[in-house]
Design a binder for this molecule. Structure first.
Ligand SMILES: [Zn+2]
Length: 269
């Protein structure tokens, strides 16, 4: 169902529908951050940290803000391709580790060549579907988020979602909702006008937001919301966003406070 209003934007649980609603408004940098945030449960996994994929993906995120030049871009894409080649064709398709590296490779290739954003989004959604449909040797006792699913429990790729136990359908629904929330983390509702009044912020708050951006650690955002409210901010979109559970580099609010969003909009990949 196409999205036409702010409440439809907020309630939508289908990440691809959100993208469709935004498509012609997205800049290159925003597209890249949606992809890195979308695939984050995969590339921040300890296995990916161990083989260096996370460092490469972190560089791609910085590139979205124009912090890296084309040479570093190309080098980063080559590093991920090297890791992919080392894993080998057979393991790429039949292991969680392989599929995850393949996904990061697709993102890096998109950056290197700048085409087929929707295709990469679809590959990411498909990978997610396959991760969820891997039959676990131990049945979970409750529906999980994709980043909670222990990799070692996945054994064989099974068929479609029909006929799966309901717990897997619920897990799949959770995954889609999580990804839709990820898009809303990077892009504010296109149906409302967000305006930060200069009086709501002091130097400490801007500095704190910049530290969150640099470190990719957003634990302080709730406190930031409290301070904004103390200083007279009554914007419910801003205050509510500060209470959201997950934030990533590319958080629209942090980017607005630090003025990094302007850089992001100007980045041409
Ligand atoms: Zn955020």
């Amino acid at each position: 169902m196409p999205i036409n209003t702010d409440s439809e934007w907020r309630m939508c649980h289908d990440p691809l529908e959100l993208i469709e609603c935004l498509n012609d408004k997205l800049t290159d940098g925003e597209r890249l951050l949606i992809l890195t945030a979308y695939t984050r449960p995969v590339w921040t996994h300890p296995t990916m940290v161990g083989i260096g994929v996370n460092v490469a993906m972190d560089r791609l995120e910085r590139a979205a803000y124009g912090e890296l030049n084309r040479t570093v871009f190309a080098g980063t894409a080559a590093v991920i391709k090297g890791i992919r080649d080392e894993i080998g064709e057979a393991r790429i398709r039949h292991s969680i580790e392989g599929m995850s590296v393949q996904l990061c490779h697709e993102v890096a290739q998109w950056v290197a060549h700048g085409t087929g954003f929707n295709e990469v989004m679809e590959i990411a959604s498909d990978l997610l579907r396959r991760l969820v449909l891997f039959r676990p040797s131990v049945r979970p006792s409750r529906p999980m988020m994709p980043n909670e699913i222990p990799w070692e429990i996945f054994v064989h790729l099974e068929g479609g979602i029909d006929g799966r136990p309901s717990i897997w359908k619920e897990t799949f629904t959770n995954c889609r909702r999580l990804l839709a929330d990820t898009i809303r983390e990077i892009i504010a509702s296109p149906y409302v006008m967000i305006r930060l009044e200069p009086g709501w912020l002091d130097e400490d708050m801007v500095h704190g937001a910049f530290t969150m951006f640099q470190s990719s650690n957003f634990e302080g955002i709730e406190r930031l919301g409290e301070r904004l409210e103390d200083r007279g901010c009554g914007d419910s979109d801003i205050l509510l966003h500060c209470t959201a559970e997950r934030h990533h580099r590319g958080c629209w609010l942090i980017d607005e406070i630090t003025a990094m969003r302007q850089r992001l909009r100007n980045t041409k990949l």
